[in-house]
Design a protein around this ligand. Sequence first.
Ligand code: SAH
Length: 490
Amino acid sequence: MTKPRNPRPVSNQKAPEASKPVAPFKRIPENPPSAKRPEGRDSKRNPHAKTSSAVRPRPNLERTGSERPRPQQEKPPRPGFGSGSGALVNRRAADRLRSGYLWVYASDIETLSLPDAAAPPALMPVADSRGLLLGTALYSPSSQIVLRMVSREALDEAGWLPLLASRLRQAIARRKPMLSDQNDACRLCFSEADELPGLVVDKYGDLVILQLLAKGLDSDAVRQTCVRVLREELAPSAILERPDPRMRELEGLSAPSAEPLYVKNSKAATASTQFHLNGLLFQYDANSGQKTGAFLDQRTNYAAARDWAQRLGATGRALDVCCYQGGFALHLAQVCRQVTGIDSSRASLEVAERNFEANRGRCTAQVDWVDADAFQILRDWSDAGETFDAIVLDPPAFAKSQRAVEGALRGYKELNLRALKMLRPGGLLVTCSCSHHVGWAELEASVASAAIDVSRRVRLLERRGAALDHPVVLNLPETEYLKCLVLEVE
Ligand code: SAH
């Protein structure tokens, strides 16, 4: 077992032997062009801007009586926002909202009525250009996503808070059957997918982490409502708010208090705990790590990777590329002889090592962690003729916008090509993309193209998505982002 150690040059690195722990590597600064991280703000751009007519056909108004345009004589007066605030949206946005979509982009707003711009409201009514009410939305003055619908009705704050409470209760009720001693962490509320745009709530053991990712949610009343429901439903030991720095900037959110929103026992440590996924134990620290702390969406894919490795007999050497805190690696370590996890974040690898220590009794493999750039090290190892029985590729979202898809696909192809080169015949490739903008067909085409280039045949065993606590809503394409292909490499 090797902890991340001092870096040394990569060029002459060999992949670890089962008997020889690997020395961790220096990070290689330059990525191939394909590996460039996407620009921050792009994910907030209108993903339909270029492709709207091709990708998202307008609803057929003839077939939905309630959506038929009103006859001329019934034409309502111009929007009745009175002295209050409100937004009129263009036809494209209105059609989308009527077909179940929840966002309105800045470019689709025709008129914004804002009597007091210095004190923008959390909620505002939204109407189409003829003044027909489409519903009520959370308002984000500084974001590209200006409106997030919370109701098809007119709603004021007095009506919104009880609605928020009841939707959060429903979201939790949907997760409760998924929770057990073996799985005591999950996403309790997944924003739009639970009809609560901007609200993410994750449970890690006895801690609950709240993220308020839309300006309209950034209020004490919303915090108190969430805390009340979470306490009543789950009796956690603490509830903490954890900011998402990028969303904080995009939405202009206030700095969350360093104090917990709720703590049962003021003397106990509140920011750290442990949680279980598929029976394995993981460390949690609310003040570090990525996302809210872990990639809970991969939970069922961890188990699938382990089970497929066993089923295929791919239980020799395994590689977890972009391993973060070791989710896939530790599951593979239950069935494989030797597992190597690669990540460019040393801090993540240190937690991965602690996680491995906590599960020694449940893992049979020898495990190594390597601090390196995935593109560089896979190129070096595949050129050096290293071989593995099972490889997992779970890189960060390469395409955070439609514009970044082409580069992202080159990145996916490169990683898959290197992995395919290193896999033994009959080996297992689990390859993931968490970019909403990269669809199944595109991901599969890039893996297929990599397979052709290295003269390997791949058989699709399974197409998998995120765990069920990250539900996909068909009218909200953005809720389907995680794609996981399980492949046997002949
Ligand atoms: N598989 C992980 C989640 C991976 S998230 C899990 O299930 O928990 C993506 C990870 O890729 C992050 O940990 C990030 O630090 C790492 N990463 C990003 N760019 C990288 C690069 N170029 N090389 C290696 N790791 C990288």
